[in-house]
Ligand binder design. Structure first.
Ligand code: ZN
Length: 241
């Protein structure tokens, strides 16, 4: 079974379409949250993900903020402005879809969480101590997370815990230990590579493969400008930061 694993689309429809075109055939699509927030096409992204049958799909902190399930006081000004703009755009049925998504789901032998298994909506797993603690908060061999927008991989085996940043085309053998794996962000990468990021999980081969795909960043930027979204959010797409 070939599972496409996407996270942090952030209303960037151009990037989502590039990923779906690049991914080819797949059997299942899992989404790890943050479908909206930042980008110019929140309704279109919800509708596209629902139409391709993403299941499970999770919700993230930006989705929760748009739904008013989460206070935006911990968001920076630009993110807060994007949340407010997104609330004004969202159609009721798309809000209802978002509202039905959980932030954590166990699909044995995988645990899926937006941010972390310990704090599914809010915690960034970016360092070894945080990752180490989180291994106590899920029972499956592998946990898939998004939220940091970085294609990070933590492997825990008898020798200890290791951190890797995956590149395009890198294939990881899932049998070498317990893992916390992040597919990176479709719509707003933050590892210095502006290409959309996603992963493919092959549960027969027991592999996790990271993919990067270029998309028309200028098109997304011009849609953002047309809606007067914050310029810092528009510019950062070019740098993948
Ligand atoms: Zn996000």
């Amino acid at each position: 079974m070939r599972t496409l694993v996407l996270s942090d689309i952030h209303a960037n429809l151009v990037a989502l379409e590039a990923v779906l075109a690049d991914a080819g055939q797949w059997d299942r699509l899992w989404f790890l949250g943050d479908l909206v927030g930042y980008g110019p096409n929140p309704n279109e992204c919800v509708e596209r993900l629902r139409d391709v049958g993403a299941s499970p799909a999770l919700s993230g902190n930006h989705d929760w903020a748009v739904l008013r399930k989460l206070d935006t006081e911990e968001f920076n000004d630009d993110a807060r402005r994007a949340v407010r703009w997104t609330r004004q755009q969202m159609k009721d049925d798309n809000l209802a879809y978002l509202n039905g998504l959980p932030p954590l789901h166990v699909e044995a032998p995988y645990t899926l969480a937006h941010a972390s298994p310990r704090h599914p909506v809010w915690e960034y797993i970016l360092d070894l101590p945080t990752a180490q603690e989180n291994f106590d908060y899920f029972d499956t061999p592998t946990c898939l997370v998004g939220h940091s927008h970085i294609p990070a991989l933590f492997i825990l085996d008898e020798a200890g815990l290791n951190f890797y940043l995956l590149d395009d085309g890198e294939v990881v053998d899932l049998t070498q230990g317990r893992m916390i794996a992040n597919p990176g962000s479709v719509g707003q990468p933050r590892d210095g590579d502006p290409r959309a990021s996603y992963a493919v999980l092959d549960d027969e081969a027991q592999t996790w493969t990271l993919h990067r795909v270029a998309y028309d960043i200028a098109e997304t930027q011009s849609r953002m400008r047309a809606h007067q979204l914050p310029s810092r959010l528009i510019e950062r797409l070019e740098f993948g930061m």
